[in-house]
Design a protein around this ligand. Structure first.
Ligand code: HGY
Ligand code: MN
Ligand code: MN
Ligand code: MN
Length: 429
């Protein structure tokens, strides 16, 4: 930590110390927009194509224009795309960015930091009236969390031609289809295929993201190098038993749907823990129109299973799904299950991981390499171009998907400086 303190006192960086401040300002401004019903609770929730989501897109576009991007547009799925032209026309482009949608009652940094940090680099390039020998494209992806619709990674997916038209017919909790939400937002479905990028025109994809975990805090490091993004698979399901009288139904005569799911949750917890680096989460659990004195006849649940590689992810998923079948048979209940997302593990491209390592090393920050337990837009770009990520420490032990999620000006400034180093090194390659 002393080395980092020393270099911060060192005047060898020509970067403006305010760089971290403006990232802070941008994220404070953006977090003023939140979905209806959350503002009065002081909670940040921005889900796909709500009015708050649209206001965020306008805000980011405005901030990009003021930062000096040459081209700024909001595309046909709601991504905000800023481009800082390269010195030589026709040069390849470095792609970067992250998402601006949030989970319900989420934090201000998940995704957004990965838009603001490269924006700060463009602002500095503009102020120094400097052009890079390559194009620089910063994207605020519109939908990564899959909260309003089960359309995870929709924004980054659109850039690689992965928009699933079946998503258009999905209804949200209020029965509004994505098609209607898009029309309300003025987005044209026929423009979606045009968003697919030609990977041959790109150098690669880099993403800055908060770590969303406690490791960098425990190591007292501001930045971490991501070696791979864990693979994940998600399901939504329902156990159907038999509602019956809580007072008169003997314990051995019940078809209790909630008890079956409870058994599944504990199995998944133990089974994931056995691997050591797998995770299993039931984040949503509901007895529809349940009553205190009725044995639950139905119980809805979600499953989020992840592991550092696909084989381990699939073995975990197979065991959990086998357990679900066994539990239901034994308890005389049945179940439905729908896989809603499957993302392959995404190892960092070695040459891009090294670029982050060189950049972080130049700051005097000790190198720490680590996998990402969280999924990121980089997983989608990974399918068509080389990618690597930089993690930024979160405070409060890196808690995330929680309003306590936060970072510090210092760490954000270091992330901007690391990004500047990567750009400078790339420019001199
Ligand atoms: O769930 C995740 O890993 C990410 O926040 N989408
Ligand atoms: Mn231009
Ligand atoms: Mn997230
Ligand atoms: Mn994220």
């Amino acid at each position: 930590i002393h080395r980092i303190a020393e270099i911060r006192l060192d005047d060898k960086f020509d970067a403006d110390p305010a760089l971290g401040n403006e990232v802070w300002d941008w994220q404070e401004k953006l977090s003023a927009h939140t979905d209806p019903g959350y503002a009065e609770k002081g909670q940040l929730t921005v889900t796909y194509l709500t009015d708050a989501h649209r206001a965020c897109a306008q805000q980011i576009a405005q901030d990009m224009r003021e930062a000096g991007f040459d081209h700024v547009e909001i595309d046909a799925v709601g991504n905000v795309v800023g481009r800082y032209d390269g010195a030589t026309p026709g040069a390849k482009t470095l792609l970067t960015g992250s998402h601006y949608d949030t989970v319900r009652n989420g934090g201000k940094y998940d995704g957004r930091l990965g838009i603001f940090v490269p924006m700060a680099c463009v602002r500095e390039l503009k102020r120094q009236n400097r052009r890079l020998p390559f194009g620089f494209e910063v994207v605020g992806f519109a939908e990564e969390e899959g909260q309003r619709y089960k359309a995870t990674f929709l924004g980054s997916g659109a850039l690689i031609g992965h928009f699933d038209n079946a998503w258009l017919d999905q209804k949200d909790a209020d029965g509004i289809t994505m098609r209607e939400a898009r029309r309300h937002a003025g987005l044209k479905d026929e423009d979606i295929p045009k968003l697919q990028r030609d990977p041959s025109k790109y150098l690669g994809f880099v993403e800055v993201h908060i770590e969303q975990g406690p490791v960098l805090t425990e190591l007292d490091l501001p930045l971490g190098i991501v070696t791979s993004i864990n693979g994940s698979v998600r399901f939504v399901g329902e156990v159907i038993g038999m509602a019956s009288h809580a007072g008169t139904t003997p314990m051995d005569r019940r078809r209790d749907a909630a008890a079956a799911v409870a058994e599944l949750i504990l199995f998944a917890e133990k089974r994931a823990a056995k691997d050591g680096d797998s995770v299993a989460t039931v984040g949503m659990l509901e007895v529809p129109s349940g009553s205190i004195n009725v044995v639950p006849g139905r119980c809805k649940f979600s499953l989020d299973l992840r592991a550092p590689n696909n084989a381990q992810r699939d073995a975990l998923a197979n065991d959990v799904l086998d357990a679900l079948k066994e539990i239901c048979e034994r308890r005389g209940v049945r179940h439905t299950l729908e896989e809603t997302m499957r993302a392959a593990a995404a190892p960092s491209a070695p040459e891009w991981q090294k670029r982050w390592e060189k950049a972080v090393d130049q700051l005097g920050v000790p190198l720490f390499r680590m996998p990402s337990g969280a999924g990121h837009d980089a997983m989608k770009l990974h399918e068509v171009m080389p990618q690597a990520m930089l993690f930024v420490r979160g405070i409060n032990s890196g808690i995330s998907h929680n309003p306590l999620e936060s970072s510090t000006n210092d760490d954000m400034q270091l992330a901007v400086q690391a990004f500047q180093s990567l750009l400078n090194d790339l420019a001199n390659e």
